[in-house]
Structure formats: C-alpha cells, structure tokens
Design a protein around this ligand. Structure first.
Ligand code: ATP
Length: 375
C-alpha cells in the first residue's frame, strides 16, 4: 500500500477532560488534547508534569480516573492495550536479551498468531526499513544503543499499529546519534503515515520532530501549537520560562488596540515605563499581565544612539559577556530596577559593537517581537 493510502487509514487520538489520580496525588488534571491522524505530536514538559502518565493512559497501561480517551473515534477506556491499535516504544527499549533481533521483532506477530510465512515477510521488511537486516541474528547486548533503539522501533512498527506511542525514545543515545535517530523517526512517521505521540522533556527534540507540540506543566496542558508558534508566541509565563532565553516583564495593561488578526497591548511596568507587545487575544485594560521578549529579538546600542521613534527600550548595565561560538550571550541588569536580563547576538555582530562589561547600554525591540502573556 502507498504512503498516501496508509495515511488515509491513519487514526487520530483525542483526550477529553482526562484526569489521573494516584490516591491523593493528581498526576494529570482535566486535560483535553486532539492529535490529528497522521501527525507527529510531542508531549513536552519538565520532569513530573504528567507526560508519561498521559501516554500510558492512551496506551492502556494506566487506568483513567475521569474522562475519555478516543482512538480513531472509538472510546477505548475499557479496552486492554492490545486491542487499541497502538504500540509503545519504551525509554529502556525493553528488548528480550536472550532473543535475537529477528525473534525480538517477530515476538509481537507471534502473539497476533500470524502464520509463519506472513511473519517472515513482515519481519524481513521492517528490519530492512530500519537498516538492521545484517544484524538479524545478533542479540541486543551486541548492538549499539542506536541499533537497540531501532530494534525497539521495528518491534513496535511490525504489528502495524495505527498509533505509535514513544516514551523518551532517544534519551539513552549520545548527542550525535540522537540527532540522527530523530531524523529517522520523522522519516518513518511520514513514510507510514502513522500518528506518533512522543513524550520528551527536550525542546530541540520536540521542535525538530513535531507537527504539534503539547506543552504540559504540573499536570495540565499549558499550550498547544506548532513548534514555530510555541517558540515565537509562548502564551504563558510558564511556557516562556520553559522555552528559556526569554526576558519577562510584569505590569498592568494600560491600553489595547486591535491590529488586524492580533491585538497590540500596552503595559506599564513599574519604574521602567510603558511597553507595547503583540497579543493573540485582546486583554482587558487594567489587568495584571506580563510580556516576554526573547534574548535574540532585542537589539543593543550605545546610550544616546537609540533610533528615533523607538517605543520599547530600557537602559541596562552589562555584567557578563559569554562567548559560546556562533552566539555571544550578554547578561545585563536593568538600571531602574536591577532586573536580570539576557541578550543574545551573533558573535560577529556583537564584536562589531565593541561593548564592554560595566558599560550602560540601551536595549530596544519592536512591538511585534514582544509577546503578551496572559497567565
Ligand atoms: P518524567 O519526565 O520525570 O518521567 P513525567 O512528566 O512523565 O515526568 P509522570 O511520570 O507522568 O511525569 O508523573 C506525574 C506525577 O505523578 C508525578 O508527580 C509523579 O510523582 C506522580 N506519579 C507517577 N506515577 C505514580 C504512581 N504510580 N504513584 C503515585 N504517584 C505517581
């Protein structure tokens, strides 16, 4: 069957008001998620936020306390894992150490009681796809981490699940292999047209793999969006902080204007003055809120050299300059408040500026670059 035909059959996943309690501990609270058929979705968040619990509820390895899980439109709450059309790839790979690669992959098909002929063909096919045909007779112990990972993947894919669930599948790999395997995962997902849902705490992984990212914090869903959207338009203080390299300013909304698709909000920040930022939904005047400006979206200049008509700017003192290669990271303190700030420049541009530690500079940015945070 062609990839397109497979994609048509692919199955989406929906969670409706799902809660998981372990006794008094609420691991996941009232989350609703829609993962469209044939897409790659990452559940991204810090340790303990409920990602794995969510994945295990989709797989059927964990009972749902309240709410519903649908796979391909079918409510699966009461179905055991094998009847859900899903397969799971574990962080530890969970391979059988005494079985060969071939037998590891064959195992799931035996469970499905496929005949010998069909099994032979399917195992051979999938080992070929993941590039392990030459390793079929080896035991897992005699494989590299990346190869073991591919066996785990092959074993999950060979049963032809509609949904593949992956729990930190790359975390045991070193950096180089992690990046390469990431590409392979994406390629396989596209090739099979399957729905992939992956748990990760690594931002770069979520960015490079996903069609959709679900950012989770403390048992709830904080934001859902494309990687670009999550990166450029974090919706909350939590997401802005989790993405890192964001400067946050707390203030009160003093003015709101509609500007086509978006709103422009003006916030007054105590002692620093008024700033404008872009908001997806127009906030109420008077409300307490925050905005963020990413470290690489600011510009820097000497005092008295601000371009005319710059609405968003502040004075800050340089406290540290860190060369990291392509990028130079500059730590500063706002003159008026002492707030710590971060500015990032291309090293080449930074060196051309000839600025030193201890110097007071002006940081400035456009309205479009600053992003309103409602919660
Ligand atoms: P990590 O990335 O560290 O695996 P996570 O985001 O996957 O974290 P979960 O493993 O889903 O988080 O855990 C969510 C919360 O539920 C945590 O506070 C955890 O301590 C708690 N929890 C998980 N499993 C159990 C359990 N069997 N009994 C009690 N509490 C649990």
């Amino acid at each position: 069957t062609s990839a397109a035909a497979t994609a048509e059959k692919a199955t989406g996943v929906s969670l409706r008001a799902v809660t998981k309690k372990y006794g008094p501990v609420v691991a996941v609270q009232d989350i609703s998620i829609d993962v469209a058929a044939g897409t790659y979705c990452c559940l991204l968040g810090p340790s303990g936020c409920g990602k794995t619990t969510t994945l295990r509820m989709i797989a059927g390895h964990e009972e749902i306390t309240y709410g519903d899980v649908f796979i391909g439109g079918r409510r699966v709450n009461a179905l055991p894992p094998v009847k859900r059309d899903t397969a799971m790839v574990f962080q530890s790979y969970a391979l059988f150490p005494h079985k060969t690669v071939w037998d590891n992959v064959d195992f799931g098909l035996k469970m499905q009681r496929l005949d010998r002929q069909a099994r032979r063909q399917r195992v051979g096919e999938i080992l070929d796809i993941v590039g392990l045909s030459d390793f079929a007779q080896r035991k897992p112990d005699n494989l590299s981490g990346g190869q073991q990972q591919r066996v785990a993947l092959a074993r999950a894919l060979v049963t032809r699940p509609q949904v593949l669930l992956l729990d930190e599948p790359l975390s045991a790999l070193d950096e180089t292999l992690r990046v390469r395997t990431r590409g392979e995962l994406r390629r396989l997902q596209k090739q099979f047209g399957l729905t992939f849902i992956q748990v990760t705490h690594a931002q770069d992984e979520a960015f490079s793999l996903s069609d959709q990212i679900v950012v989770m914090g403390d048992g709830h869903v904080d934001q859902v969006g494309t990687p670009q959207r999550i990166f450029n338009r974090p919706a909350s203080r939590f997401v802005a902080n989790f993405m890192g390299d964001n400067n946050l300013f707390e203030g009160n909304v003093t003015q709101v204007e509609a500007d086509g698709e978006v709103a422009i909000a003006q916030l007054e920040v105590p002692q620093l003055g008024k700033f404008t930022c872009q908001a997806e939904v127009a906030p109420d005047v008077g409300m307490e809120a925050a905005f963020c400006i990413r470290a690489d979206r600011m510009q820097v200049t000497r005092r008295g050299e601000l371009p005319e008509q710059t609405t968003n700017h502040l004075s800050a003192r340089i406290t540290a300059i860190e060369f990291t290669g392509y990028i130079t990271r500059v730590a500063l303190l706002a003159e008026a408040t002492g707030q710590e700030l971060l500015y990032k420049a291309r090293t080449q541009d930074w060196l051309a500026r000839d600025l030193q530690e201890g110097q007071v500079v002006e940081l400035y940015w456009t309205t479009e670059a600053a992003n309103f945070l409602s919660h």
